[in-house]
Design a protein around this ligand. Structure first.
Ligand code: SF4
Ligand code: SF4
Length: 165
C-alpha cells in the first residue's frame, strides 16, 4: 500500500468513530456485527471504554489514519466510508456506511483511478451492506473471484458488478 505519498505528520481520529459502526469484529474480547454501532461507541466522542478498549481496537488504524491518502476532507466520517487494506496488504477495501451508498466510492474515485492507472493488478473492493463492487481490471477480477472472501475478511456479500478501467 505504498501507491500514495504517506504524510509525515501523524493523524488523529478526531470526531470520527465510523470504524466502530461499519466494521464487524469477532474476537474473544469483543463481538459486533458490521453496519451496527458498537455498544461502547459514543458518536463523535469516541469510545466509552477507551482506556480499557480491546486489543483489536487499540491496534486498528484505517488507511486514512495511516496517512495513505487525502486530507481532513477525506476522513472516514466525512466520506461515509472506512478504507482498510485487503488481507494480503496490497490493495484496498472500502467499507461504505450502508446508509450512504456510493458516497465513499465517489469521494475517492479520482485517487482510485490514478492508482488503477499505475498498475493493472491494483484493485479496490467496495462493500456496501451485503453488496460488493469491484473496481479494477477485468482480468485481475477473474483471477481473484475465488478468493475475494479471504481478501476482504468477509463472507455473505455478493459482487454485484465489475468496472474495468
Ligand atoms: S475510521 Fe479511521 S479515522 Fe475513523 S475512528 Fe476509525 S481509525 Fe480513526
Ligand atoms: S470498544 Fe470502543 S473502540 Fe472498540 S469498536 Fe467499540 S466503541 Fe469502537
Amino acid at each position: 500500500m505504498t501507491a500514495f505519498a504517506i504524510n509525515e505528520k501523524p493523524r488523529e481520529c478526531g470526531e470520527c468513530t465510523l470504524c466502530c459502526k461499519v466494521l464487524g469484529i469477532k474476537t474473544d474480547e469483543l463481538q459486533k456485527a458490521k453496519d451496527t454501532w458498537c455498544d461502547f461507541a459514543q458518536k463523535k466522542c469516541g469510545c466509552s471504554i477507551y482506556h480499557a478498549r480491546p486489543t483489536v481496537c487499540r491496534e486498528f488504524e484505517c488507511l486514512w489514519l495511516r496517512g495513505q491518502f487525502g486530507g481532513i476532507e477525506l476522513r472516514p466520517d466525512k466520506i461515509h466510508g472506512v478504507v482498510t487494506p485487503t488481507t494480503d496488504g496490497s490493495n484496498w477495501v472500502i467499507h461504505e456506511d450502508h446508509g450512504y451508498p456510493g458516497h465513499a466510492r465517489q469521494a475517492l474515485m479520482p485517487i482510485i483511478k490514478a492508482w488503477l492507472a499505475q498498475k493493472q493488478s491494483n484493485y479496490v473492493i467496495v462493500v456496501t451492506g451485503t453488496k460488493r463492487s469491484y473496481l479494477g481490471h477485468p482480468d485481475t477480477f477473474a483471477k481473484l473471484q475465488g478468493t475475494v472472501d479471504e481478501l476482504t475478511g468477509m463472507r455473505d456479500v455478493k459482487v454485484v458488478r465489475t468496472i474495468g478501467e
